[in-house]
Design a protein around this ligand. Sequence first.
Ligand code: P1T
Length: 380
Amino acid sequence: MKFNTKTIHGGQHPDPATGAVMPPVYQTSTFAQKSPGVHGGYEYSRAANPTRTALENALASIENGTRGLAFSSGLAATDCVLKLLKPNDEVIAMDDLYGGTYRMFSKIYQEFGIKFHFVDMNDLDKFKSLINENTKLVWVETPTNPLMKLADIEAIAKITKEKNLLFAVDNTFATPYLQRPLDMGADIVMHSATKYLGGHSDVIAGALIVKDEQLGEKLHFAQFATGGTLGPQDSYLVLRGIKTLHLRMQRHCENGEKVANFLSNHPKVKAVYYPGLENNPFYHIAKKQMQGGFGGMVSFTFESGKKEDAIKFLESVRVFTLAESLGGVESLANHPALMTHASIPEDKRKEIGITDDLVRLSVGVEDAEDLLEDLRQALG
Ligand code: P1T
Protein backbone atom coordinates (compact mmCIF):
# COMPACT_ATOMS: atom_id res chain seq x y z
CA MET A 1 0.00 0.00 0.00
CA LYS A 2 1.23 3.49 -0.81
CA PHE A 3 1.30 6.27 1.78
CA ASN A 4 -1.93 8.11 0.89
CA THR A 5 -3.89 4.85 0.90
CA LYS A 6 -2.31 3.91 4.23
CA THR A 7 -3.54 7.11 5.90
CA ILE A 8 -7.09 5.92 5.18
CA HIS A 9 -6.88 2.12 5.31
CA GLY A 10 -3.62 1.27 7.12
CA GLY A 11 -4.37 -1.27 9.87
CA GLN A 12 -8.13 -0.59 9.60
CA HIS A 13 -11.01 -3.08 9.23
CA PRO A 14 -14.78 -2.62 9.41
CA ASP A 15 -16.07 -3.26 12.94
CA PRO A 16 -16.54 -7.07 13.18
CA ALA A 17 -19.79 -6.76 15.18
CA THR A 18 -21.69 -4.28 12.99
CA GLY A 19 -19.66 -3.57 9.86
CA ALA A 20 -19.24 0.08 10.94
CA VAL A 21 -16.66 1.61 8.58
CA MET A 22 -15.24 3.84 11.29
CA PRO A 23 -14.38 2.15 14.58
CA PRO A 24 -16.93 2.79 17.31
CA VAL A 25 -15.75 4.88 20.25
CA TYR A 26 -15.54 2.12 22.85
CA GLN A 27 -16.23 4.45 25.78
CA THR A 28 -15.62 1.84 28.44
CA SER A 29 -13.05 1.38 31.16
CA THR A 30 -13.48 -2.38 31.48
CA PHE A 31 -14.60 -5.53 29.59
CA ALA A 32 -16.66 -8.49 30.76
CA GLN A 33 -14.77 -11.78 31.19
CA LYS A 34 -16.27 -15.27 30.64
CA SER A 35 -14.22 -16.80 33.45
CA PRO A 36 -11.38 -15.17 35.48
CA GLY A 37 -8.64 -14.29 32.99
CA VAL A 38 -10.68 -15.50 29.98
CA HIS A 39 -11.58 -12.60 27.72
CA GLY A 40 -11.67 -11.50 24.10
CA GLY A 41 -8.32 -9.64 24.15
CA TYR A 42 -9.49 -6.66 26.16
CA GLU A 43 -9.71 -6.52 29.94
CA TYR A 44 -9.12 -2.93 31.12
CA SER A 45 -8.73 0.18 28.96
CA ARG A 46 -5.38 1.27 30.44
CA ALA A 47 -3.92 -1.92 28.95
CA ALA A 48 -5.82 -1.74 25.66
CA ASN A 49 -9.03 -0.34 24.20
CA PRO A 50 -10.34 -1.22 20.71
CA THR A 51 -10.62 2.41 19.56
CA ARG A 52 -7.06 3.05 20.70
CA THR A 53 -5.95 -0.19 19.00
CA ALA A 54 -7.43 1.07 15.71
CA LEU A 55 -5.42 4.30 16.07
CA GLU A 56 -2.26 2.44 17.10
CA ASN A 57 -2.51 0.20 14.03
CA ALA A 58 -2.89 3.29 11.83
CA LEU A 59 0.15 4.90 13.48
CA ALA A 60 2.28 1.80 12.90
CA SER A 61 1.14 1.66 9.28
CA ILE A 62 1.89 5.29 8.30
CA GLU A 63 5.35 5.27 9.94
CA ASN A 64 6.24 1.81 8.52
CA GLY A 65 6.58 0.35 12.02
CA THR A 66 5.28 -2.85 13.57
CA ARG A 67 3.84 -1.29 16.73
CA GLY A 68 2.18 2.02 17.54
CA LEU A 69 1.32 3.30 21.01
CA ALA A 70 -1.04 6.20 21.70
CA PHE A 71 -0.51 8.48 24.71
CA SER A 72 -2.41 11.19 26.55
CA SER A 73 0.03 13.82 25.21
CA GLY A 74 3.25 14.17 23.24
CA LEU A 75 5.12 14.66 26.49
CA ALA A 76 3.60 11.46 27.93
CA ALA A 77 5.03 9.64 24.88
CA THR A 78 8.49 11.15 25.44
CA ASP A 79 8.24 10.36 29.14
CA CYS A 80 7.60 6.70 28.32
CA VAL A 81 10.86 6.49 26.34
CA LEU A 82 12.80 8.03 29.24
CA LYS A 83 11.39 5.31 31.49
CA LEU A 84 13.60 2.80 29.64
CA LEU A 85 16.60 4.47 31.33
CA LYS A 86 18.26 4.10 34.73
CA PRO A 87 20.23 6.50 36.97
CA ASN A 88 23.69 7.30 35.54
CA ASP A 89 22.55 6.64 31.99
CA GLU A 90 23.31 9.46 29.57
CA VAL A 91 21.27 11.00 26.77
CA ILE A 92 22.56 13.05 23.87
CA ALA A 93 19.88 15.40 22.56
CA MET A 94 19.66 17.99 19.81
CA ASP A 95 20.31 21.46 21.24
CA ASP A 96 17.10 22.92 19.76
CA LEU A 97 14.00 21.17 21.19
CA TYR A 98 10.42 21.97 22.12
CA GLY A 99 10.61 23.85 25.45
CA GLY A 100 8.52 21.22 27.26
CA THR A 101 10.86 18.42 26.17
CA TYR A 102 13.85 20.41 27.42
CA ARG A 103 11.98 21.07 30.67
CA MET A 104 11.25 17.35 31.18
CA PHE A 105 14.86 16.36 30.50
CA SER A 106 16.47 19.09 32.61
CA LYS A 107 13.97 19.51 35.47
CA ILE A 108 12.58 15.99 35.95
CA TYR A 109 14.92 13.29 34.64
CA GLN A 110 18.18 15.10 35.46
CA GLU A 111 16.94 14.99 39.09
CA PHE A 112 16.62 11.20 38.78
CA GLY A 113 20.32 10.94 37.97
CA ILE A 114 20.16 10.80 34.19
CA LYS A 115 22.68 13.04 32.44
CA PHE A 116 21.77 15.07 29.36
CA HIS A 117 24.09 16.56 26.75
CA PHE A 118 22.53 19.11 24.39
CA VAL A 119 24.45 19.40 21.14
CA ASP A 120 23.99 20.49 17.55
CA MET A 121 23.68 17.10 15.86
CA ASN A 122 25.07 18.55 12.65
CA ASP A 123 28.46 18.48 14.31
CA LEU A 124 28.88 14.71 14.11
CA ASP A 125 32.42 14.81 15.56
CA LYS A 126 31.19 16.66 18.63
CA PHE A 127 28.28 14.20 18.89
CA LYS A 128 30.63 11.21 18.67
CA SER A 129 32.99 12.71 21.25
CA LEU A 130 30.14 12.75 23.81
CA ILE A 131 29.39 9.03 23.48
CA ASN A 132 30.67 6.92 26.36
CA GLU A 133 29.78 3.63 28.05
CA ASN A 134 26.84 5.26 29.89
CA THR A 135 25.26 6.70 26.75
CA LYS A 136 21.94 4.96 26.06
CA LEU A 137 19.68 7.27 24.08
CA VAL A 138 19.97 9.84 21.29
CA TRP A 139 17.04 12.24 20.89
CA VAL A 140 16.46 14.58 17.95
CA GLU A 141 13.74 16.72 16.49
CA THR A 142 14.08 17.33 12.77
CA PRO A 143 13.00 19.95 11.80
CA THR A 144 13.52 21.42 15.25
CA ASN A 145 11.11 23.58 17.18
CA PRO A 146 11.41 26.58 16.72
CA LEU A 147 14.62 27.14 14.70
CA MET A 148 13.82 24.65 11.94
CA LYS A 149 17.26 23.04 12.11
CA LEU A 150 17.59 19.62 10.50
CA ALA A 151 19.55 16.56 11.59
CA ASP A 152 20.76 13.96 9.10
CA ILE A 153 18.81 10.90 10.31
CA GLU A 154 20.77 8.34 8.24
CA ALA A 155 24.15 9.68 9.33
CA ILE A 156 23.15 9.66 13.02
CA ALA A 157 21.58 6.19 12.73
CA LYS A 158 24.83 4.82 11.33
CA ILE A 159 26.63 5.94 14.49
CA THR A 160 23.90 4.85 16.94
CA LYS A 161 23.79 1.38 15.34
CA GLU A 162 27.58 1.04 15.59
CA LYS A 163 27.52 2.08 19.26
CA ASN A 164 24.34 0.15 20.11
CA LEU A 165 22.38 3.23 21.25
CA LEU A 166 18.64 3.82 21.03
CA PHE A 167 17.84 6.55 18.51
CA ALA A 168 14.53 8.42 18.84
CA VAL A 169 13.25 11.01 16.37
CA ASP A 170 10.48 13.47 17.24
CA ASN A 171 8.76 13.56 13.85
CA THR A 172 6.06 16.05 14.87
CA PHE A 173 7.02 18.84 12.43
CA ALA A 174 7.67 16.67 9.36
CA THR A 175 5.03 13.93 9.84
CA PRO A 176 5.38 10.62 7.94
CA TYR A 177 3.97 12.39 4.88
CA LEU A 178 7.38 14.05 4.48
CA GLN A 179 9.80 11.76 6.31
CA ARG A 180 9.81 8.25 7.77
CA PRO A 181 12.66 7.98 10.29
CA LEU A 182 12.25 4.23 10.94
CA ASP A 183 13.10 3.60 7.28
CA MET A 184 16.27 5.67 7.75
CA GLY A 185 17.51 3.68 10.75
CA ALA A 186 15.87 5.34 13.76
CA ASP A 187 14.56 3.00 16.48
CA ILE A 188 11.69 5.10 17.81
CA VAL A 189 9.47 7.72 16.22
CA MET A 190 7.69 10.08 18.58
CA HIS A 191 4.82 12.46 17.78
CA SER A 192 2.92 15.17 19.46
CA ALA A 193 -0.26 13.91 17.76
CA THR A 194 -1.85 17.11 19.06
CA LYS A 195 -0.32 18.68 15.94
CA TYR A 196 -0.47 17.51 12.31
CA LEU A 197 -1.71 13.96 12.99
CA GLY A 198 -4.82 15.24 14.82
CA GLY A 199 -4.76 18.26 12.55
CA HIS A 200 -7.72 20.23 13.93
CA SER A 201 -6.50 21.71 17.25
CA ASP A 202 -9.13 19.78 19.17
CA VAL A 203 -7.15 17.10 21.01
CA ILE A 204 -3.97 16.60 23.08
CA ALA A 205 -2.31 13.30 22.19
CA GLY A 206 1.04 11.62 21.67
CA ALA A 207 2.46 8.61 19.86
CA LEU A 208 5.42 6.27 19.71
CA ILE A 209 6.08 3.95 16.79
CA VAL A 210 8.80 1.29 16.52
CA LYS A 211 9.88 -1.46 14.12
CA ASP A 212 11.43 -3.75 16.72
CA GLU A 213 8.73 -5.85 18.38
CA GLN A 214 10.66 -6.38 21.63
CA LEU A 215 11.22 -2.65 21.99
CA GLY A 216 7.48 -2.16 21.32
CA GLU A 217 6.70 -4.61 24.12
CA LYS A 218 9.01 -2.81 26.58
CA LEU A 219 7.43 0.55 25.77
CA HIS A 220 3.93 -0.87 26.05
CA PHE A 221 4.83 -2.31 29.44
CA ALA A 222 6.10 1.09 30.66
CA GLN A 223 2.96 2.77 29.31
CA PHE A 224 0.62 0.21 30.88
CA ALA A 225 2.53 0.23 34.19
CA THR A 226 2.54 4.02 34.52
CA GLY A 227 -0.70 4.95 32.79
CA GLY A 228 -0.25 7.73 30.21
CA THR A 229 -2.71 6.21 27.72
CA LEU A 230 -5.04 8.02 25.30
CA GLY A 231 -8.80 7.82 25.92
CA PRO A 232 -11.20 6.33 23.31
CA GLN A 233 -12.80 9.61 22.23
CA ASP A 234 -9.42 11.28 21.69
CA SER A 235 -8.13 8.15 19.92
CA TYR A 236 -11.05 8.47 17.52
CA LEU A 237 -10.27 12.13 16.84
CA VAL A 238 -6.61 11.44 16.02
CA LEU A 239 -7.59 8.48 13.81
CA ARG A 240 -10.02 10.71 11.91
CA GLY A 241 -7.30 13.35 11.55
CA ILE A 242 -4.84 10.86 10.06
CA LYS A 243 -7.28 10.04 7.25
CA THR A 244 -6.71 13.49 5.71
CA LEU A 245 -3.06 13.92 6.72
CA HIS A 246 -1.78 13.66 3.14
CA LEU A 247 -4.30 16.22 1.82
CA ARG A 248 -3.61 18.71 4.59
CA MET A 249 0.17 18.31 4.44
CA GLN A 250 0.20 19.01 0.73
CA ARG A 251 -1.48 22.37 1.32
CA HIS A 252 0.57 23.12 4.47
CA CYS A 253 3.72 22.65 2.35
CA GLU A 254 2.45 24.83 -0.52
CA ASN A 255 1.41 27.61 1.83
CA GLY A 256 4.57 27.25 3.94
CA GLU A 257 6.74 27.79 0.85
CA LYS A 258 4.70 30.82 -0.20
CA VAL A 259 4.94 32.38 3.26
CA ALA A 260 8.68 31.68 3.51
CA ASN A 261 9.30 33.28 0.10
CA PHE A 262 7.13 36.28 0.96
CA LEU A 263 8.97 36.86 4.25
CA SER A 264 12.38 36.42 2.56
CA ASN A 265 11.59 39.37 0.29
CA HIS A 266 10.13 41.65 2.95
CA PRO A 267 12.32 44.63 3.95
CA LYS A 268 11.39 44.38 7.66
CA VAL A 269 12.39 40.72 7.91
CA LYS A 270 15.96 39.71 8.69
CA ALA A 271 16.24 35.91 8.74
CA VAL A 272 13.72 33.30 7.59
CA TYR A 273 14.06 29.77 8.94
CA TYR A 274 12.54 27.33 6.45
CA PRO A 275 14.39 24.28 5.08
CA GLY A 276 12.78 24.65 1.65
CA LEU A 277 14.63 27.89 0.85
CA GLU A 278 17.58 27.18 -1.41
CA ASN A 279 19.89 29.39 0.67
CA ASN A 280 18.93 27.58 3.89
CA PRO A 281 21.94 25.74 5.41
CA PHE A 282 19.83 22.58 5.78
CA TYR A 283 18.39 22.60 2.25
CA HIS A 284 20.61 19.70 1.09
CA ILE A 285 19.58 17.50 4.05
CA ALA A 286 15.94 18.43 3.49
CA LYS A 287 16.17 17.40 -0.18
CA LYS A 288 17.71 14.09 0.88
CA GLN A 289 15.38 13.03 3.70
CA MET A 290 12.10 14.92 3.21
CA GLN A 291 9.91 13.99 0.25
CA GLY A 292 7.01 15.96 -1.13
CA GLY A 293 7.75 19.37 0.44
CA PHE A 294 9.21 21.07 3.47
CA GLY A 295 6.26 21.47 5.83
CA GLY A 296 4.18 24.34 7.12
CA MET A 297 6.38 25.70 9.92
CA VAL A 298 8.23 28.97 9.27
CA SER A 299 10.16 31.08 11.80
CA PHE A 300 11.60 34.55 11.23
CA THR A 301 13.31 37.51 12.92
CA PHE A 302 13.06 41.26 12.41
CA GLU A 303 15.60 43.52 10.69
CA SER A 304 15.36 45.80 13.74
CA GLY A 305 16.14 42.92 16.12
CA LYS A 306 13.54 44.37 18.49
CA LYS A 307 11.25 42.31 20.73
CA GLU A 308 8.67 45.15 20.53
CA ASP A 309 8.42 44.67 16.75
CA ALA A 310 7.72 40.96 17.20
CA ILE A 311 5.06 41.70 19.82
CA LYS A 312 3.44 44.43 17.69
CA PHE A 313 3.32 42.05 14.74
CA LEU A 314 1.75 39.31 16.89
CA GLU A 315 -0.85 41.71 18.25
CA SER A 316 -1.71 42.82 14.68
CA VAL A 317 -2.33 39.51 12.89
CA ARG A 318 -5.99 38.81 12.02
CA VAL A 319 -6.14 35.59 9.99
CA PHE A 320 -3.25 34.06 11.97
CA THR A 321 -4.20 33.50 15.62
CA LEU A 322 -1.71 34.28 18.38
CA ALA A 323 -1.56 30.95 20.22
CA GLU A 324 0.71 28.11 21.27
CA SER A 325 0.63 24.84 19.31
CA LEU A 326 0.84 24.13 15.60
CA GLY A 327 -0.19 21.73 12.87
CA GLY A 328 -3.92 22.48 12.81
CA VAL A 329 -5.84 23.58 9.73
CA GLU A 330 -5.86 27.19 10.99
CA SER A 331 -2.74 29.39 10.90
CA LEU A 332 -1.16 30.22 14.26
CA ALA A 333 1.57 32.64 15.30
CA ASN A 334 3.74 32.26 18.40
CA HIS A 335 6.51 34.09 20.27
CA PRO A 336 8.82 31.23 21.39
CA ALA A 337 10.78 33.23 24.00
CA LEU A 338 7.63 34.34 25.83
CA MET A 339 5.41 31.35 25.07
CA THR A 340 6.39 27.83 23.97
CA HIS A 341 10.08 28.05 24.96
CA ALA A 342 9.83 30.25 28.06
CA SER A 343 10.89 27.26 30.20
CA ILE A 344 14.36 27.35 28.63
CA PRO A 345 16.63 29.71 30.65
CA GLU A 346 17.29 33.02 28.88
CA ASP A 347 21.04 32.48 28.48
CA LYS A 348 20.44 29.03 26.92
CA ARG A 349 17.85 30.50 24.56
CA LYS A 350 20.27 33.22 23.45
CA GLU A 351 23.05 30.67 23.01
CA ILE A 352 21.06 28.56 20.55
CA GLY A 353 19.43 31.50 18.73
CA ILE A 354 15.92 31.80 20.19
CA THR A 355 16.08 35.59 20.25
CA ASP A 356 13.37 37.93 21.55
CA ASP A 357 12.52 39.05 17.99
CA LEU A 358 11.91 35.46 16.82
CA VAL A 359 8.37 34.66 15.63
CA ARG A 360 7.17 31.15 14.73
CA LEU A 361 4.32 30.62 12.27
CA SER A 362 2.28 27.47 11.84
CA VAL A 363 1.00 28.03 8.32
CA GLY A 364 -2.47 26.54 7.91
CA VAL A 365 -4.49 25.46 4.89
CA GLU A 366 -6.38 28.71 4.21
CA ASP A 367 -6.07 30.55 0.88
CA ALA A 368 -2.45 31.66 0.59
CA GLU A 369 -3.49 35.15 -0.63
CA ASP A 370 -5.33 35.78 2.65
CA LEU A 371 -2.33 34.63 4.67
CA LEU A 372 0.12 36.82 2.73
CA GLU A 373 -2.21 39.81 2.97
CA ASP A 374 -2.45 39.30 6.74
CA LEU A 375 1.35 39.15 7.08
CA ARG A 376 1.69 42.26 4.86
CA GLN A 377 -0.70 44.30 7.01
CA ALA A 378 0.73 43.05 10.34
CA LEU A 379 4.31 43.79 9.26
CA GLY A 380 3.19 47.17 8.01
O1 P1T B 1 1.90 19.25 23.78
P1 P1T B 1 2.18 17.76 23.66
O2 P1T B 1 1.18 17.03 22.87
O3 P1T B 1 2.48 17.15 24.99
O4 P1T B 1 3.52 17.62 22.77
C1 P1T B 1 4.77 18.09 23.19
C2 P1T B 1 5.62 18.39 21.99
C3 P1T B 1 6.60 17.49 21.62
N1 P1T B 1 7.39 17.69 20.53
C4 P1T B 1 7.22 18.79 19.76
C5 P1T B 1 8.11 18.98 18.57
C6 P1T B 1 6.25 19.73 20.07
O5 P1T B 1 6.12 20.80 19.26
C7 P1T B 1 5.43 19.54 21.22
C8 P1T B 1 4.39 20.54 21.63
N2 P1T B 1 4.62 21.81 21.10
C9 P1T B 1 3.85 22.92 21.33
C10 P1T B 1 2.78 22.94 22.12
C11 P1T B 1 4.29 24.14 20.62
O6 P1T B 1 3.51 25.09 20.47
O7 P1T B 1 5.45 24.16 20.17
